[in-house]
Design a binder for this molecule. Structure first.
Ligand code: ZN
Ligand code: ZN
Length: 71
């Protein structure tokens, strides 16, 4: 079943350009949409990068605190 998913034809969500399977891995944005090399950087992204950045910062801080309490 998973093979059929991989072989499915992927298209850029903006220009409808065909994307080959290898490109799909690098062409998938964090908003879970697939784009060509041009539109991966230029599309109406719905992914909240700011929120993600905040979360990452929090995680880094938490990890650091944990390490500091260990020593
Ligand atoms: Zn495109
Ligand atoms: Zn996106």
């Amino acid at each position: 079943m998973s093979v059929a998913v991989i072989q499915r034809c992927h298209k850029c969500q903006v220009c409808n350009k065909k994307i080959n399977t290898i490109r799909v891995i690098t062409g998938t944005c964090r908003c879970k949409q697939i784009f060509c090399s041009k539109h991966i950087l230029d599309h109406n992204c719905t992914f909240d990068y700011k929120e993600d950045y905040k979360m990452n910062n929090k995680l880094v801080k938490l990890t650091r605190e944990k390490i500091e309490t260990l020593y």
